[in-house]
Write a protein that binds this ligand. Structure first.
Ligand code: ZN
Length: 417
C-alpha cells in the first residue's frame, strides 16, 4: 500500500521543483511560496472514495493526500473528523434549508490549527528537524506547542502582544518557549520571518512559509464531501487571517474534482474583520494582491486580525476569484450577534469563528447566496479561549434562590407559569 502520493515541491513564482525530503520553507531560488504536488493520475487508478469510510475518524484517514511518507512519524492526538452539524437555529432565522457548521472548536487544543500542526510537526519529525519557530495570534501557538512537545521538538512561539491571556498561558502550559511580539504591522513580522529563513536557515511553522500546514486543511474538503455523500457544498465560508484554512480547503476540493469523486466545486468565501480586512478590500477593488490595511487593535476577532497577509494574500484571493466566491468584512456588533446565534446551535465559538455566520447573514441580505444552497460555515476555534467575549455575548441571569423546596417551586412557577 502506498502511504503518500506526494511527489515534490513546486514554487508558485519560478515553477522550480524540489525534492520533498529537503527541509524547505520558501523557494531557495526565488523566495516564492512552495506548493506540494501529488500523483493524482495514479491516485485516480488506485483509490476509491468508499475505502476511506472504515478508517479511523481523524484527518489521518486521508494520509494518501499528505506529504508524510511513513506512518511511524505521525504525531496525532485525534485531530480532524469533527462533526458537520446541521443548523437548528440560524438556518431558520435566515430562511436557509441546508446550512451546516463544521465544528473544529472540538479539536485537541480547541482550534482548527491542530490539523495543520499535526501534519507539519509529523513532517518535521520525518525530516529530522529538532527545533522550530512560529509566530501566532494565539491558537496556532498553542497548537504548535502541544504537538511539538509530544514529538520532542524544541518549539519557540512568538505570540502577538494582543493575544488574550488564556491563549498565551496555553502556549506555556504545552511546554514551548514563548515571547510576546510587539509590532506596528504584520508586514514587520513577515519581513522578520522571511529574513530569518534566509539568514539563519531556521525551520519555520508559519502558514505558507511552512509548505505543509495548509496541506492538512485539505481534510475539510474530504470530510465535508464525504459527509454530504460525495458532494461538495455550494458555498463554504471561512474566517481568514493568513488564509491557510481557505486555501487548503480549496486545494482539497480541486483534488477531489480532478479525481472525479465530486462533480462540482464550492464558492469559497473569505471573511475578515471590518477593522482590518486587506483581502476583502483587494477583492472589492478587483485586485489579486492585498496591500496593508486596517488596525488590528480594533477588532474582537483577534485570530483573523491580520492587516497584511503573507505575499499579498495571493493564494486566498485566487481561491475566492477562481471559485466564483466572494469576500466580506463583519463588524464587532455583527460578530457578537453571531456568537449568540451559535449558542442556540449548541456551539461556543470564538469571535473569529462566529465571523463566518455573521458574513453569511450579510450575504443573505444582499441576495448573493440562494435559499436552497448547501452552505458550510467553518467554526475554527472555541469560545472558551476568549471568555470575556462569551460573557459579553450572554445575558447573565439575575435569578437567585436559597436551597429550599418552597423557593424552587416559586422560581419554577415564575419560569413556567
Ligand atoms: Zn521560486
Amino acid at each position: 500500500m502506498v502511504w503518500s502520493y506526494a511527489t515534490d515541491y513546486c514554487c508558485d513564482d519560478c515553477a522550480e521543483r524540489f525534492d520533498l525530503l529537503q527541509p524547505l520553507n520558501t523557494c531557495p531560488s526565488c523566495g516564492g511560496l512552495l506548493e506540494i504536488h501529488y500523483d493524482l493520475d495514479r491516485m485516480k487508478l488506485d483509490l476509491q472514495p468508499e475505502q476511506f469510510a472504515a478508517r479511523e475518524p481523524s484527518m489521518w484517514r486521508w494520509h494518501e493526500f499528505y506529504p508524510l511518507q511513513h506512518a511511524g512519524n505521525m504525531v496525532s492526538m485525534g485531530e480532524g473528523g469533527t462533526p458537520l452539524l446541521p443548523s437548528v437555529y440560524a438556518g431558520r432565522k435566515l430562511g436557509l434549508s441546508r446550512l451546516y457548521f463544521k465544528n473544529d472548536a472540538l479539536m485537541p487544543t480547541g482550534s482548527f490549527k491542530d490539523r495543520g500542526f499535526s501534519l507539519a510537526v509529523s513532517f518535521a519529525k520525518e525530516l529530522g528537524i529538532s527545533r522550530g519557530l512560529t509566530y501566532s495570534s494565539g491558537n496556532a501557538g498553542a497548537s504548535f506547542a502541544a504537538y511539538a512537545n509530544r514529538a520532542g521538538l524544541d518549539a519557540t512561539v512568538l505570540v502577538e502582544y494582543l493575544a488574550n491571556p488564556i491563549k498565551k498561558s496555553m502556549i506555556s502550559l504545552y511546554g514551548a518557549h514563548t515571547a510576546a511580539l510587539y509590532f506596528e504591522s504584520m508586514t514587520d513580522i513577515t519581513a522578520m520571518l522571511e529574513r530569518a529563513v534566509q539568514e539563519l536557515g531556521l525551520y519555520q511553522f508559519v502558514n505558507f512559509i511552512n509548505p505543509t500546514r495548509h496541506e492538512a486543511m485539505k481534510s475539510y474538503a474530504y470530510e465535508i464531501s464525504q459527509a454530504l455523500g460525495w458532494k461538495a457544498p455550494d458555498v463554504m465560508i471561512h474566517p481568514v487571517g493568513t488564509g491557510g484554512g481557505i486555501w487548503g480547503a480549496w486545494k482539497g476540493f480541486r483534488e477531489l474534482k480532478q479525481l472525479n469523486w465530486i462533480d462540482s466545486l464550492p464558492r469559497m468565501v473569505a471573511v475578515q474583520p471590518y477593522a482590518t480586512g486587506p483581502i476583502v478590500r483587494a477583492f472589492k477593488q478587483g485586485a489579486r494582491h492585498a496591500e496593508k490595511y486596517g488596525d488590528p487593535t480594533q477588532t474582537i476577532a483577534q485570530s483573523i486580525a491580520a492587516d497584511a497577509p503573507i505575499q499579498g494574500g495571493r493564494r486566498v484571493l485566487n481561491a475566492v476569484y477562481d471559485s466564483g466566491g466572494f469576500a466580506e468584512t463583519v463588524t464587532n456588533e455583527e460578530i457578537i450577534e453571531a456568537v449568540q446565534w451559535l449558542g442556540h446551535e449548541g456551539i461556543c465559538a470564538e469571535p473569529a469563528s462566529a465571523a463566518s455566520l455573521a458574513a453569511l447573514k450579510r450575504a443573505v441580505e444582499q441576495g448573493i447566496v440562494q435559499q436552497d444552497d448547501c452552505i458550510v460555515c467553518v467554526i475554527t476555534g472555541s469560545g472558551l479561549k476568549q471568555p470575556s467575549i462569551i460573557q459579553q455575548a450572554a445575558v447573565e441571569s439575575e435569578l437567585k434562590l436559597n436551597a429550599s423546596f418552597e423557593e424552587l417551586n416559586k422560581l419554577l412557577a415564575s419560569l413556567w407559569p
